[in-house]
Design a protein around this ligand. Structure first.
Ligand code: HEM
Length: 230
């Protein structure tokens, strides 16, 4: 299935929403939540790394990695390299972001893995890792046979989109959970911070939707196999 619109059009919206989402999560964690730290007596500063690294890393870099094949004008080999490097950055920042949540819990004597968000989160990171390693081995180095590549590609695309939808969904669960904790501790339900967090989540969902729309639309260049050829 391909939407009869150029991927480039959707990709502009992706970039704008990505910049907006990154600014919003940074403003939230820096101006409203006190900033970041790796070692601190105020453990919330360790937690703040979690939404920032995950949103900017896993979600925004990950989304840009997904659409890079469809939108960039360069050769297949260059696009493949950009695709795998952007995904590697997304995965590494995502892993550090998840580690920050565990570090925050451990140093604050809070239990680990007690929520739906945390279990789906583990699933997302593990599946994202498997997807990256499989893609690297089959499509890049050492590379599978032509038959294996041909068989694998539709699964790689489908699995990649499903894991990405799961990541976006889980990010919304995370925003919801954190805001609910804050509201239960007295944060105004209609205050500036509550609006900022809710609308950062809305921007995250819109970003995900436009990433998917980009993948379903026409490639930017007339290299008609740009996306599907291995
Ligand atoms: C796909 C994106 C995300 C993944 C994979 C993810 C993953 C995780 C994991 C694995 C934990 C459990 C840590 C532990 O048990 O010690 C966790 C905790 C948490 N995350 Fe996320 N997270 C994501 C996005 C977000 C976002 C955007 C927020 C927004 C603030 C957030 C808020 C939280 C909160 C409040 C906790 C602590 C409570 C709990 O364990 O459920 N997460 N996350």
């Amino acid at each position: 299935m391909a939407i009869a619109l150029k991927a480039t059009i959707f990709s502009y919206v992706v970039h704008v929403l990505g910049v907006a989402g990154a600014i919003m999560v940074l403003v939230w964690c820096i101006s409203f939540r006190g900033g970041f730290a790796w070692e601190a007596s105020n453990k919330s500063l360790i937690f703040n790394l979690h939404p920032v690294l995950i949103l900017i890393g896993l979600i925004i870099f990950g989304g840009e990695a997904i659409i890079s094949y469809k939108t960039l004008p360069w050769t297949k080999d260059v696009k493949k390299l950009i695709h795998l490097v952007l995904h590697a950055i997304a995965l590494i920042l995502g892993i550090i972001g998840v580690y920050a949540a565990f570090k925050y819990h451990n140093e604050s004597n809070i239990a680990n893995l007690y929520s739906l968000h945390s279990w789906i989160g583990i699933g997302v990171i593990v599946l994202y890792g498997i997807q990256w390693v499989y893609g690297f081995v089959v499509f890049f180095y050492p590379g599978g046979t032509d038959a294996i590549r041909r068989e694998s590609l539709p699964w790689h695309v489908l699995f990649g989109i499903l894991v990405y939808i799961l990541a976006i969904s889980n990010a919304t669960l995370g925003f919801l959970e954190k805001l609910t904790f804050l509201e239960n501790s007295g944060l105004a339900k209609y205050g500036t911070e509550a609006f900022l967090v809710n609308f950062t989540a809305v921007v995250t969902v819109l970003f995900g939707i436009f990433v998917i729309l980009t993948t379903l639309s026409q490639p930017a260049t007339e290299d008609e196999y740009a996306y599907s050829e291995i």
